[in-house]
Structure formats: structure tokens, C-alpha cells
Design a protein around this ligand. Structure first.
Ligand code: NAG
Ligand code: NAG
Ligand code: NAG
Ligand code: NAG
Ligand code: NAG
Ligand code: NAG
Length: 831
């Protein structure tokens, strides 16, 4: 009895002070194994506020207790009855007070003399079960990671035993049970390590031999080791100074962190973590596009060379998930003069499918040749492998999850067809003129080509429907009698107008207090506009064409027909109409912030709109016009775009209004001509004023003027002290040429503007007001230019750089006021 008591004391002592556990010994609650140099301890603990007991390994010198490994993570013990022993099968077994086994190493070496086994906690934090006689390691905790990767611990696959070592998060800070996140080697293609939530990847390291994203190889005392051979595919890291305590941990929120213990402040310091930026999220941008995190205010996704957004509208709304598709996909990329465009400093695309190492020692040109000869090869990377020279990694399908770094990371060479290649070769030669020509060619050939095919698709799909509608519309527009038109049943019948209300005159009279002058908002093109409030409290704007004015009837009908068919957040919304005898009224949603001109040209109110807001307004107007030109079911030319026709809602979102002069084009029609030129001087394009020709490009001209007005806070037709004859366009052009374009910026946004964005806007504005119709970009191109960082063509000398238009126009237009102008062209038609 006494003897066994002594023995107990003895073995208790051994257990608390030693690094080994042998057969016939045990570890109970309150006892622990300590590694030789006092680095790690192994024993029972309770995490956070939990009252459950777990068996695990933690740092001896770190408080609060930092656990790096847990044995029974999913089977906690609810009291302090847990005991760990080496049983007679040679297994380390944890059991509770009722001798129920909760956890076991499961190695069972029955044929061995079990008394020669011992468990040992090493200074690396590894718990090993060894055979005493031959020192063979039967089991080690490093092969069964929980949520922490310690130095020299391997993450990956042992191809001989088939074990996969990966991290899984804890459920919570109080519960080390298996959570939903994992950090795991994916051996397919070129091996990479992924972070997964369940089975969905949400972050990816670089492909082998890039174990982690390059900025993470920060500390020089640390070495990464990525093994890829027949026996194993694994990643590990080591530190040359053993006194540095460092760990990679996957926390319970799915964040992977690299931490180092700072003894000075007694705190874990983060060296890096992932995923940190939006761009790091797996597949943030869709296939064939790359994500650039440094695009602070811009859309982070950019299509790869030779590719364009698959869904331009989503792209426009900053949703890149649809990715990009090949431009001119009809043009073969197989033995047809194709080549590669090099992109620098990337985390190359996901290499787990459709990718392969072609060779481990190949020069860049050999690699290029190898990719070129296989027509399904879409890209290649020539990657430097430490100690093995340069390897050749090639992709044969989609290019997914490409991340742009600023100054590190391998290059990616993307396959492009001959026409794209020519563009990039010339670009790299730095010829500005050619670059500009090409960009113009791109804008004027490729974009329309794309549009035409897009429209063709839409057209095919909706052919029948459209034809019916067009017929109805044409009929309506051709009806001579106003009354007959409104009495026709087209409006009521067409499903597109189903939510258009027919208001009672009495209702409108009540709402506007009998068209009280105090409720008058202004005089529109051909009628007065009144503010009103319906009995349900809704505010409305009523546009009234009085019986005395017969002039605006056409415009009024036109507006009703058009706007009823349109719906876009950047177009003003028509609620309904009211047609009492000999009168016509349109009822719109009310825009409390009035029109754009009432703010930007007013020195006291201009500061309401900071640069951010102004930029959003510019983008909104651009989207609205794009919708009119391309995305609605009709192709519509507005013809009277100007600052006073852009209304602002409560959130200062722009809404284009006044469709009185708008014209519908057939889908294949690009231009039309009129002898009755109606518009606002200062916003009208030269070909429209002079020849009566209008097209989407005349709207583009007007947009350019509005854009420059928003940036500068000045009206185009105001003259300047220095050159009284010069208008805003001329003034901006002059400053642009002198590289002083920022001088034009409105003083009230001097504090808030972002010079890159402003310069880009000014450049786009100048491109829009170019004299030659073909030189002006389409609205589609403009939307792209404003929301991406593509290189812009250099603007040419704009049209109308003087306050009064060129001399030949003096005869048709008198003064240079910003009033509505109507010109009847007779003399130029004969030419
Ligand atoms: C362990 O216990 C068994 C039986 O109780 C005994 O035969 C054996 O010698 C013991 N081993 C050691 C190393 O004490
Ligand atoms: C433990 O509980 C205390 C008080 O309820 C709380 O402040 C603390 O955050 C909890 N700690 C953990 C790790 O959950
Ligand atoms: C602990 O769990 C066992 C079975 O899992 C149960 O029989 C026992 O009552 C529990 N004890 C406490 C204190 O909850
Ligand atoms: C031990 O291995 C067996 C079969 O290999 C398995 O069914 C059992 O769940 C394992 N036990 C533990 C505790 O891992
Ligand atoms: C894991 O995911 C499942 C299903 O999405 C969810 O119900 C559960 O709460 C998650 N667990 C944790 C610890 O977040
Ligand atoms: C191109 O490479 C892919 C992937 O390695 C391969 O399956 C295919 O056979 C190759 N095609 C040719 C023509 O070599």
C-alpha cells in the first residue's frame, strides 16, 4: 500500500516535469507533459468560457493560453475525470471516468512489446508516439492538424499513406469542434492551397511553386518549402531562430492569419492575413478578367487583352461576376497569326483545372512556342522554380481568379488573335498616333460590331413582338388628329402601359391648386410645369400644354408614346396622363432637387454636389443615354440633352427628362436628317446645326458638353474674360493642350475632387465633342471608359471652340445665347 503511494508520487512528479509518458503512466486533469525547453505543454484545458475539458497542446510562455492542437475536439469531457494512457495495444487513449474511450491514436501495434512505447512532446509542439527500441514514430500530432500550422508542420498530401493534412477552424472561441472553414492542398493541375467554406473555395494561394501570395513572403528569417514529388505534395515553413514563436491559424470566422508573438507587448502580432481585400475572394471577377485591388474608386475588374465584358450592363453596374468573352470570336486564334500579350505581376489563374506544367526547365520562348502550337492553350506563365530553373505552366481553358499585384508576382502571357496582337505591338512601340488611331478604330469598329451582333440577337428573339409594337407605334405617331390618337385604344391595350394611369382633370386641378402660379416649376419646351400633391400625399409634376399652344402637339404625343415605353432608373418616370378637351397633360414623378443646371451653375448651391456625387451623376446620365441608344427595346435619339433636362431626385440621382424631341431609329438605322433643327444652342453638334443630321453621336456631343459643364460648373455658352469669343469647350481644349486641364475644375469641388477621375472625365468630354462624327465614341464605349482604366484615345480639336459658331453658321444662328433655337435648313440641303 505504502509502496504504491510512493510510486504514485513518483510518477506524478515525472508527469509534471517530464516530456515523456510511458506505459503504465497516465495523464489526468491538472497534469501535463512539458517539452524539453519549456516551449509547449500537453494536458487538459477548457477553452474560453467553456466548462468542458479538452486534451491539447499550448504554448507554455504565452498568456492567455494559446492552444495549437486539440485531441478530442468533437468529444469534450464534461468533468475532470479524463485520463490519458498508453493501452496494451500501444495506442494513446483518452477515456472518461467510466473508462469509455473518447479518443485514440488508433495505431494498434499488437505484435510489439508494448512496454517499449512512449509518448513525447517535442519542442516543436509535436506530440509523438515512438517505439523506444528503434525510435520509430508510430503516430504524431503534426499529421493530424486542427486549426494551427506550426513551423515545420506539413500541410498537404502524403501520397504513400494517402493521408491529407489540412487545417479546419474551430466552431467558436469556446468550442474547438470542427468548424466550417478549411485550409487545404488541392493537388490538381499545378498544386495550390485553398481556403474553403464547406466545399466552396473562397481564397487561393498562388500555384506551385508560389505557396502563398508574394507579399506574404515578408519575413527574411522565414523559409517556405513547397514539395511536389511522387511521395508528397506539401507546404511547410520554417524559421531559423527557434526562439521566434510564430503560427498560421485559421480562425473561427474563416480568416487565415500569420501571427508572431511579441514578447515586448505580450501580444500576438499579425504579419499577414487572407482574404483581406475583395479582390482576394476567389473568382471576385468572372473568367477572363483580372481584379486590381488598388482601383480605389474604380471598378476592380478588367477584361484580359482581347476580351470584353460578357454582360456589359452588369459590368456597368460594377458586377463582374459574368466575366468576359473573346472579342471578335469569329476570328480564329488557331494558326492564324495569333500571339501573346504579356501581363505583369499577377497571381496567375487557378491552375487546378485545364492547366498543366509543360516542362520544368524551359526558356520563356520555348514555353511560348509550346503554348502556341496547341490551339486550346489560352495562356502560359514562365515561372522560376528555385533550384530547378524556369518551368512552363500552361492553361487550356478558362482563366479564372487572376489577381493584380503592384510590383511582385509572375507574368501571364494571354493568347490573342492577330488583330489584337497588332494593336498591342503598336502600343508597345509607343506610337501615340497609331495608338490613338487604333483606339478610335477599336471604338468605331469593334464596339459597333459587338453592338450590332447584340442587337441582332435581341432582334431575333423579339422580332415578332417588336414588329407588332412598331406597327402600333408608327400608326399612333402618324395619326393626324390629336383627339383620334388619344381615343385610340393602343395605350390601354398595350401591356407596356399597364401601369400608366389616366388622371381625372378634377384630380389634377386639386393637386396643383388650379394650376396656381405659386406651384409653377417652370416653362418647359412646349408647356408649363406645375408641382402638385395628390390626395394620397404623392408629389407629382404636371406638364401642361395649353389649348392656346398648338405648336407642341407633336412633341407632346411623341413624349407620351416614347416615355411610356421606357423604364430606367436614370430616366424620369411618367406616372400617367390627363386629356381633357383640347388640352394635354403628362404627369411625372416629382423631382425635389429640380434640374442639374439649377445647382451646378448657381454659386450658392454648387457646393451641394461634391466630386463623388458629380461623378455618380455623370455615370448615371451616361447609363441613361446608353439605355436610350442601345439597351431599351427601341433605339432612341434624345436630341435635346442638356443640363436643364437632367433632373435630380432626393438622393441626387440624375434622371433624364423631356422626350418631346426624341426620335426612334430602326435598329439598323444610324442617322437621320431633318429640315427642322430644334435644340439648344451650346449642346447641338455641328452636323446637326449645319446639316440637320442627327444620330446617337449627336447625343454623345451633348453628353460631352454636359460632362464638361458638371466638371467646370460653367455653361458652355458663357464667354470668358480672356477670350470673350471663346466658349467652354474651347477653353477646356486650350487648357488641355497646355496640360492645365485641372484649372477648369469648379472651385466648389476643389476640396473633394480626385484628379485622376476628373482628368479622365475631361478627356472623355473632349472625345465626345470632336468635330468628326466617327471620332466620337459610342455611349457604350463611354460607359466603359468612365468605369474602367482603359487607355483613352487623345482628343482632337473639338467642334465649335468659339462662342459663336463658325462663320458659315452666323447666317443661320444669330446670337450665342443658351436659349432654345430653331433653325430651318434650306440652303445647305442642296449641297
Ligand atoms: C506495466 O504493468 C504491467 C501489469 O500491471 C506489468 O506487467 C509491466 O511490467 C508494467 N510495465 C512497466 C514498464 O512498468
Ligand atoms: C467570456 O464571458 C465573458 C463574460 O460573460 C465575456 O466578456 C468574454 O468575452 C467571454 N469570453 C469568451 C472567449 O467568449
Ligand atoms: C457527463 O456526461 C455523462 C455522459 O456523457 C453523463 O452521464 C454525466 O451525467 C455528465 N455529467 C455532468 C456533470 O453533466
Ligand atoms: C479508429 O479506426 C477505426 C477503423 O480504422 C475507426 O472506425 C475509428 O473511428 C477510429 N477511432 C478513432 C478514435 O479515430
Ligand atoms: C456551418 O454551416 C452550417 C450550414 O451552413 C451552419 O448551419 C452552421 O451554423 C455553421 N457552423 C458554424 C460553426 O458556423
Ligand atoms: C493540347 O493540350 C491539351 C492539354 O494538355 C491536350 O489534351 C491536347 O491533346 C493538346 N492538343 C494538341 C493538338 O496537342
Amino acid at each position: 500500500m505504502f509502496k504504491s503511494f510512493i510510486l504514485f508520487i513518483l510518477f506524478f512528479k515525472i508527469c509534471t516535469s517530464s516530456d515523456t509518458l510511458t506505459t503504465n503512466q497516465s495523464i489526468k486533469d491538472g497534469q501535463s507533459l512539458i517539452s524539453k525547453h519549456n516551449n509547449f505543454a500537453f494536458g487538459f484545458f477548457s477553452p474560453g468560457n467553456s466548462s468542458f475539458k479538452y486534451l491539447g497542446i499550448w504554448y507554455v510562455k504565452v498568456t492567455p493560453k494559446t492552444v495549437v492542437w486539440v485531441a478530442n475536439r468533437n468529444v469534450p469531457i464534461n468533468d475532470s475525470s479524463g485520463v490519458l494512457i498508453i493501452n496494451h495495444y500501444g495506442d494513446l487513449v483518452l477515456h472518461d471516468g467510466n473508462y469509455r474511450p473518447l479518443w485514440s491514436t488508433n495505431v494498434s501495434v499488437q505484435d510489439q512489446a508494448t512496454n517499449s512505447l512512449e509518448a513525447q512532446l517535442l519542442d516543436s509542439g509535436n506530440l509523438v508516439l515512438v517505439q523506444d527500441n528503434n525510435k520509430k514514430v508510430l503516430w504524431q500530432s503534426f499529421d493530424h492538424p486542427t486549426d494551427t500550422l506550426l513551423p515545420n508542420m506539413k500541410l498537404g498530401l502524403n501520397l504513400i499513406t494517402g493521408t491529407n493534412m489540412f487545417l479546419t477552424s474551430w466552431k467558436s472561441k469556446d468550442d474547438p469542434g470542427t468548424g466550417n472553414y478549411s485550409y487545404k492542398m488541392n493537388p490538381n493541375g499545378s498544386p495550390q492551397i485553398f481556403l474553403y467554406k464547406g466545399s466552396t473555395p473562397y481564397w487561393r494561394s498562388g500555384p506551385w511553386p508560389y505557396p502563398s501570395t508574394p507579399h506574404k513572403i515578408a519575413s527574411s528569417s522565414e523559409e517556405y518549402n513547397f514539395v511536389n514529388n511522387q511521395d508528397e505534395i506539401s507546404f511547410s515553413y520554417s524559421v531559423d531562430d527557434p526562439s521566434i514563436m510564430t503560427r498560421e491559424v485559421l480562425d473561427n470566422t474563416g480568416l487565415l492569419q500569420k501571427l508572431v508573438w511579441d514578447d515586448g507587448v505580450h501580444r500576438w502580432k499579425e504579419l499577414w492575413s487572407a482574404p483581406k481585400e475583395r479582390c482576394e475572394n476567389y473568382g471576385q471577377c468572372g473568367s477572363f478578367s483580372k481584379c486590381s485591388p488598388d482601383n480605389v474608386n474604380r471598378f476592380e475588374c478588367t477584361c484580359l487583352p482581347g476580351y470584353e465584358p460578357k454582360s456589359p450592363r452588369d459590368w456597368d453596374l460594377r458586377d463582374g461576376s459574368e466575366g468576359c468573352v473573346r472579342r471578335n470570336s469569329g476570328f480564329s486564334m488557331c494558326k492564324n497569326g495569333e500571339g501573346f500579350v504579356k501581363l505583369e505581376h499577377l497571381n496567375p489563374p487557378d491552375s487546378s483545372f485545364d492547366a498543366a506544367w509543360i516542362g520544368m526547365s524551359m526558356s520563356s520562348s520555348e514555353c511560348e512556342q509550346a503554348c502556341l502550337t496547341n490551339c486550346s492553350c489560352t495562356a502560359f506563365s514562365s515561372i522560376n522554380i528555385d533550384g530547378k530553373g524556369t518551368g512552363c505552366l500552361a492553361w487550356y481553358g478558362e482563366l479564372v481568379d487572376i489577381l493584380q499585384y503592384t510590383d511582385v508576382g509572375p507574368d501571364l502571357n494571354v493568347r490573342v488573335d492577330a488583330t489584337e496582337l497588332a494593336k498591342y505591338i503598336r502600343k508597345s512601340k509607343g506610337s501615340l498616333r497609331k495608338q490613338r488611331k487604333l483606339a478610335t478604330a477599336l471604338v468605331s469598329i469593334v464596339v459597333p460590331m459587338f453592338l450590332v451582333s447584340l442587337l441582332a440577337c435581341v432582334w431575333l428573339a423579339k422580332k415578332k413582338k417588336t414588329e407588332v409594337k412598331r406597327k402600333v407605334l408608327n400608326q399612333s405617331l402618324n395619326v393626324a388628329s390629336t383627339k383620334g390618337f388619344f381615343e385610340g385604344h393602343e395605350l390601354e391595350d398595350s401591356s407596356t402601359h399597364s401601369d400608366l394611369l389616366i388622371f381625372d382633370l378634377s384630380c389634377i386641378v386639386a393637386a396643383t391648386e388650379n394650376f396656381s402660379p405659386t406651384n409653377k416649376l417652370g416653362q418647359g419646351g412646349f408647356g408649363s410645369v406645375f408641382k402638385g400633391q395628390l390626395s394620397n400625399g404623392q408629389h407629382i409634376a404636371v406638364k401642361r400644354l395649353s389649348k392656346s399652344s398648338r405648336q407642341g402637339t407633336e412633341e407632346f404625343k411623341n413624349e407620351l408614346m416614347l416615355i411610356a415605353k421606357l423604364q430606367h432608373k436614370n430616366l424620369v418616370k411618367l406616372l400617367g396622363y390627363c386629356i381633357p378637351d383640347d388640352e394635354m397633360m403628362l404627369i411625372y414623378e416629382y423631382m425635389p432637387n429640380k434640374s442639374l443646371d439649377s445647382i451646378i451653375f448657381d454659386h450658392t448651391r454648387a457646393s451641394f454636389l461634391n466630386w463623388k456625387k458629380r461623378f455618380e451623376i455623370i455615370l448615371g446620365i451616361a447609363r441613361g443615354i446608353l439605355y436610350l441608344h442601345q439597351d431599351s427595346r427601341l433605339k432612341i435619339i434624345h436630341r435635346d440633352l442638356k443640363a436643364s433636362n437632367v433632373l435630380l431626385d432626393t438622393e441626387m440621382n440624375p434622371k433624364i427628362s423631356d422626350f418631346g424631341m426624341a426620335r426612334i431609329f430602326k435598329e439598323d438605322q444610324t442617322q437621320d436628317k431633318t429640315t427642322r433643327v430644334v435644340g439648344t444652342y451650346g449642346y447641338m453638334s455641328p452636323e446637326y446645326v449645319v446639316f440637320g443630321q442627327f444620330s446617337t453621336k449627336s447625343d454623345v456631343f451633348s453628353f460631352g458638353v454636359i460632362l464638361l459643364e458638371i466638371v467646370s460648373g460653367r455653361k458652355n455658352c458663357d464667354s470668358y474674360q480672356k477670350h470673350p469669343s471663346q466658349n467652354l469647350i474651347g477653353h477646356v481644349w486650350e487648357l488641355w493642350r497646355e496640360d492645365r486641364a485641372l484649372d477648369i475644375v469648379d472651385l466648389s469641388i476643389k476640396e473633394s475632387y480626385v484628379s485622376d477621375e476628373v482628368l479622365r472625365c475631361i478627356q472623355v468630354g473632349l472625345l465626345c465633342v470632336e468635330e468628326e462624327v466617327v471620332d466620337r465614341p459610342t455611349m457604350f464605349a463611354i460607359n466603359l471608359m468612365l468605369s474602367s482604366e482603359t487607355t483613352l484615345p487623345s482628343p482632337k480639336k473639338p467642334a465649335f471652340i468659339f462662342g459663336s459658331p463658325s462663320k458659315k453658321l452666323d447666317s443661320v444662328i444669330g446670337g450665342a445665347s443658351c436659349s432654345i433655337n430653331e433653325v430651318t435648313i434650306t440652303k445647305f440641303e442642296a449641297r
